[in-house]
Design a protein around this ligand. Structure first.
Ligand code: BG6
Length: 481
């Protein structure tokens, strides 16, 4: 590859608080909704809970040292709202905020730029108990209280801020990402998915404004879960279905971030089916006021859509999940009769969890988004969830992960050759962590964490083969893949 990456390109990796930190109830932290959602996941699925995760809370110095050894120029992580404000609002937890001061200090000392995500699925449980968390509009004010405190606290040390992780994925997998009481799961309450998203749009705009108000030279954007979408065939109705899916699954979010408005086709579809959010006076003005400086993208896989007739054969549904890690075991595809249905792309291989492996999709996505909105982009997640084997001599030969990342970096490079402006590449994940849907056996990291779903052991850190490979990539500024 020809010197396509600028010398200040930010190479690093990502994690999120509840998936990596552990110490779920230590030093004053109280439960987040993820501690509660995952409470029974061992009994139900054999997956670890979030209580210990990768224990980064106690290993952060070691982790930062390993990041430094890999040559990281940035680290994207999230702040746990319930560590800073155990009750969501009110008194700050001094020990909780101190943890992030220490982490950020450690990163800066090692020349690693922190990229902070304000919210990654982990609403304080206290707010869920008080009014249902994101189900209630009061969350927007409380989020503002939290965000203002954190942004102000780190205004001199953090330049790059990302707001709310993956609103698109929260709409699809709302019970995994938000605590939704049983009585709302009878299929009549799906409008709430979009109502939650609307409150998050308000919160996102507030966070953008706060960064611009408080952080000298600060830059802010949403970290969005994004997959480009192909039509299943070249039949006109499949291509139309692809456009419909693009509107509801992607443009519905990016139009908010960059145009300050809901995508028209998507909103009309939602209105027709009683799913559109209730919008109060002043909401759209607030949304439009929150300007994004960049878009952060979490890209793992491309998607495929096909036509779906509205003849009574199909029922509306949202995305299914593969819990077993056996290919083909996915529990279903998002379906909107008369608009589109998502389906398997027969032309692409998948991971064991049925995620299509598609580096070209990365180039396609980056070029498409840059064409549409003309804003710099960063990759804040990209990676291969896989079973890793720890050999008897304590090595991890993850050539499959190297292959995946290599091809995706090359695809990003191609997009850049065609003019796309990229700020950072932060694959998922720096260290192994708790998957949101598949326990710790589905691994993503460059750094192996020696624990299983059954036994947290000591969470010893071990460098994988991909660790040494990524070190070279960074050292050569992306030239040596
Ligand atoms: C992204 C999330 O959707 O995908 C991460 O931002 C998550 O939190 C990652 O871990 C991979 O998904 P999973 O379900 O394998 O953890």
């Amino acid at each position: 590859m020809n010197k396509i990456f600028p010398s200040d390109f930010l190479w690093g990796a990502s994690t999120s608080a509840y998936q990596v930190e552990g110490a779920a109830y230590e030093d004053g932290k109280k439960a987040s909704q993820q501690d509660i959602i995952n409470k029974d996941s061992y009994e139900k699925f054999g997956f670890a809970t979030a209580e210990i995760a990768s224990d980064e809370y106690h290993h952060y110095k070691e982790d930062v040292a390993l990041m430094k050894e890999m040559g990281f120029r940035c680290y994207r992580f999230s702040i746990a709202w319930s560590r800073v404000f155990p009750d969501g609002v009110g008194e700050v937890n001094e020990k909780g905020i101190q943890y992030y001061r220490d982490l950020i200090h450690e990163l800066k000392e090692n020349g690693i730029e922190p990229i902070v995500t304000l919210y990654h699925y982990d609403c304080p449980w206290a707010l869920v108990e008080k009014y249902g968390g994101w189900l209630d509009r009061r969350i927007v004010k409380d989020f503002e209280y939290y965000a203002r405190y954190v942004i102000n606290e780190f205004k001199d040390d953090v330049k790059y801020w990302t707001t709310i992780n993956e609103q698109s994925i929260i709409v699809q997998y709302w019970t995994q990402k938000c605590y939704i009481p049983e009585e709302l799961l009878d299929g009549k309450h799906n409008q709430l998915r979009y109502q939650i998203n609307h409150y998050m749009n308000l919160a996102h705009a507030i966070a953008c404004n706060l960064v611009h108000e408080l952080v000298p030279g600060g830059l802010v954007g949403a970290p969005l879960g994004y997959s480009c979408i192909y039509p299943l065939s070249s039949k006109a109705d499949d291509v139309m279905a692809m456009q419909n899916a693009q509107a509801l699954r992607n443009d519905y979010y990016t139009d908010i971030y960059f145009k300050g408005e809901y995508n028209k086709a998507a909103q009309i579809y939602l209105e027709k089916h009683g799913l559109a959010p209730v919008i109060e006076e002043g909401d759209m003005e607030l949304i439009a006021s929150g300007k994004s400086d960049f878009l952060a993208l979490n890209y793992y896989a491309s998607e495929c859509a096909c036509a779906c007739p509205d003849d009574g054969t199909y029922k509306m549904r949202w995305s299914g999940v593969n819990r077993s890690g056996k290919k083909g075991d996915i529990s279903g595809f998002e379906t909107h009769p008369g608009f589109y249905q998502m389906c398997k792309n027969p032309k692409l291989d998948t991971t064991d969890w049925d995620w299509a492996i598609d580096p070209i999709g990365m180039e396609y996505m980056l070029r498409d988004l840059y064409n549409n909105y003309n804003k710099p982009l960063m990759i804040t997640e990209n990676g291969l969830g896989a079973y890793d084997t720890l050999t008897d001599d304590r090595k991890i030969h993850d050539d499959y992960r190297i292959d995946y990342l290599k091809k995706h970096i090359a695809a990003m490079g191609k997009a850049m050759e065609y003019g796309v402006e990229m700020i950072a590449y932060c694959p998922w994940s720096a260290v192994d962590l708790l998957s949101t849907s598949n326990g710790v056996k589905k691994r993503y990291g460059f750094i192996y964490v020696d624990r299983t779903d059954d036994d947290p052991k000591q969470c010893e850190r071990i460098r994988k083969d991909s660790f040494y490979w990524y070190q070279k990539v960074i050292e050569s500024n992306g030239e040596e893949l």
